[in-house]
Every structure is written in structure tokens, then in C-alpha cells.
Design a protein around this ligand. Sequence first.
Ligand code: GAP
Length: 513
Amino acid sequence: MSKEATQNTFQEIISHCKEYGFIFPSSEIYDGLGAVYDYGPYGIELKNNIQQYWWKAMVQLNENIVGIDAAIFMHPKTWKASGHVDAFNDPLIDNKDSKKRYRADVLIEDAMAKIEEKIDKEVDKAQKKFGESFNKEMFLQTNPNVLRNKEKLNTIETRFKKALEENDLADLKQIIVDLEIACPISGSRNWTDVRQFNLMFATEVGSVADEASTIYLRPETAQGIFVNFLNVLNTSRQRIPFGIAQVGKAFRNEIVARQFIFRTREFEQMEMQFFVRPGSEMEWYNKWKEARWKWHRSLGFAEESLKFYDHLKLAHYANAAVDIQFNFPFGFKEIEGIHSRTDFDLKNHQELSGKKLQYFDPELNQSYIPYVVETSIGLNRTFLAVLCNGFKNEKLEDGSERTVLALPPFLAPVQIAVFPLVKKDGLPEKAREIFDILKWDYKVFYEEKDSIGKRYRRQDALGTPFCITVDHDTLTDNQVTIRDRDTMKQERISIERLKEVVNEKVDWKKGLR
Ligand code: GAP
């Protein structure tokens, strides 16, 4: 698909979210608030289902992972110890003509992605030209245009990495100048210097606005886990290696909040800190990389829609870090991070709080501060990936078109829609009877308005895996017509068999076994 086509599809997905009650701009009656969104009736069901699926995969299926729910407000020293007060910064640059502010690293990454696109285009062109006989590997190793662009990419990457590692803001600006990056709004290359900007939102607790009462909205949920390490250890009967999981809101004053719900200032994280013996962290890092990849694949994401991306610059707490990226309509972007955080957090909290945050290992007969491997995934980004992956405009055999959300059935906001064929002759009463049987196990939707065709289309657009129609025969033979969202095939089955047929498809366990 061309870039323009994927961009159009993305705009369609955004409109679809509004039209079908998935996502609304926040406080829309006041013209909305930049990069803040509300989840509507179907959005909240989908978001809850993703969250629960993550929780089941992490907490329910692992006897050595337990959950917590820590408060958003934390003691201000937390953020000193975690390094966020001093180092949670983004490098910013302003365009003097448009007065627009950008993240310098994102401008450079986007420029690098454009070079990668050039390579991909070259490959596509050659593939079309040579057809079956095309050898991609050979082409990538020998084509002069590809080699030149690869060389260019390598040079930029090495320099970019060094500038980030050394916090060399002057060179970050120089890379932007050398790559001739222009402001997307003004088109000019009239840039300010690059400056650091802290991303935490500060607010005041209590009525007296002095230094001591300044607190922060948490920029990650992880610290709520670290400060509770001892409480959980002492109450959960866990032994190392074990994990603590949490889902909750996080807040970052993102300068460039864009691409719909991909990057927002208020978002939700699903994080798990896995505490391990020092020295064993790389083994666990690799295990969690593999487990998390499998989880993403179980959402129906194709192998080629995902990739691992090793961090160029390690965060202040990490000794290894990788992103799992998803191929959004605007390119491959991070959806989850897996970080080996060493003993950075516990050690600093121990120092600043004066409380021993150690574990006595009976096998080694010694105490130590555990090392931590973290899996950290954005709930909203996963939501967006699931939507982008499932959104399809299909041309049907009869020439008509339909929009369908091919969501994994276990995540669908509504699992079954129940329709009486007509609004009379006792059919609504029978349909309601079936609704009442099913509502204890599934999210069911009842509708009697409009033609059956229109009702099917509406459920396709919501991603409902099954529609059940009650007709006049149902009253005598106790059978209904069940329609499958994906194949659109209709089958007549007895009411008693409904749960069996539905369960076969909506079972969340299959993808994870
Ligand atoms: N505790 C580690 C941590 O917070 P991160 O890579 O900064 O790591 C983890 O964030 C995940 O949180 C990201 O992979 C992304 O899915 C999500 N995330 C981060 N910033 C976000 C934002 N501004 N909007 C939406 N999701 C965000």
C-alpha cells in the first residue's frame, strides 16, 4: 500500500473510532484538548478486554507473578531516586518560522525512516521487474542505490547514537542541519538550538504552595512496584525469581503528542517488574523477550507486522533494552519495551529512604539487592495496534462493500448480537429470552431496528464475531441462525448448542497454550 493510502486508512480508522463509539476527543463540546482522548461504550469494552487478557497472561498464568495497584501520587523523593527529576528529559528544537516545537531525536528518526523507505521502494520496484526469479538477499547486498542508502543510514545511526549517549545537544542540532531536515509546517530549516525538557507534570499537594509540597503525576507505573517490593515480598510468600504486575495511568508532558492515541499526555501502562538474582538478568531478559513476542502474536499480529528494535540509547536505568514494534499505518513504532534495569531503582530507593530493600537468598545464604527485568507495554498503543490490524474495507462477491473489524474474538467489545427477524409475532420476546441466557457469560447486544442486513453491517463494524437471528421457525424448532463475522457464513443451530459454538471461537486460552 502506498504511503498516501495507508495515511488515508489511518484517517478512516480515526473516524471509525468516533462514529462507532470507540474513542472521542476529550471535552469535545469545548473543541477538545490536544492529545487527550476519552473511550466510548465500545472503546472501554475493548480496552478492558485487552487489559484483562494481559493480566491473565502475566498474573493468572504465572504462579510467580502477583499484582498490585499503587496510587498515582507518590512521595516526591520517589522521582529523585528513580532519576526522573534529573534525567527524564526530551531533547527539543523549535522551528523559528512556524514556532512549532519538535523532539530532535524524533526528527532524526523520521529522516532515517525515510531512507529505509527508499530502500524498501527499490526492493519493491525490482521485485515487480524480476518477478519469481527475484533474489531479495542478493539484491540487498549488491544494488548500488541500496548500498549507498545503507551506508548513509549506518553513518547517521553511529553519529546519532554517540550524540544521544554523550548528551551532545549541539551535535543533535548539527545532524538535523546536515540531513537538511525541514519543518513539516513552514518547510524552513530555520532551527533554534536543542534544549532538554523534563517531561513530568508537577502539581501541589495541600494548601501551601512551597517547595516541599510539590508532587508529580507518575510518569511510569514501575516506581509504585519498586517502593512496594518489601511489602509484597513479606506478604505474598514469593521467592526470587518473582514478578509484580500493575496496570495504571501514567502522565508525560509530551511535546510532540500526535498520531491519535499513539502518543498522549495521559495514558495507561501495563508493567511487570521481574526480580531476579544478579547475574541471571540476561537469561530472564531473553525469556521475557520471547514470552512477550508470543503474546503479541496471539493477538493475531503477523510475524511481519512486528519487529524487535534494540535501543540506540539506553535509558538511565538500563543495561539492555529492546522494543517490540508494530507496523502502524505510520510505520514501525514501539508498542512495548523490555528492559534490564539492573539494581538501579531498588538501590537508589534504599539509599534515599534508608530502608533495606534486599532479599535473603537461602540457596546462596546471602542477602542482595535483586536485579530487575521489566516488561512495559502501553495499553492505548496496544488498543491502536489491535484496531489497525483488524480494520478492513472488503469488497463482497455481490459487488457491495463492508467495513469490518476483524478483532481477535476474545477481545471484541461485543461477542454476540441477538436479533429478532421482525419486531412482532413473539420474535422479540424469544430473542430476549436468548439474550438473558447468554448475558451471564458474554457481552451481548440486542437490536430489533433496521433490516437484518444493516444490523449485520453495524456489528461487522464493531467487530462482533457472532450474530444470532431469531425467526418464526425458532418458535417451533428452537433453532437460530448464527452468522460468523469473518466468513459471513450462516448456520442453523439449536439454542442449546450456542455456547459450545461461540466458546470454540472466543476462548482466550488458545493463543497462549
Ligand atoms: N517503565 C518503563 C517505561 O515507562 P517506556 O518505554 O517509556 O518505558 C513503556 O514506556 C510503554 O508505555 C511504551 O512502549 C508505550 O507503549 C507506552 N507509552 C510511553 N509513552 C507513551 C505516551 N506518551 N502515550 C502512549 N503510550 C505511551
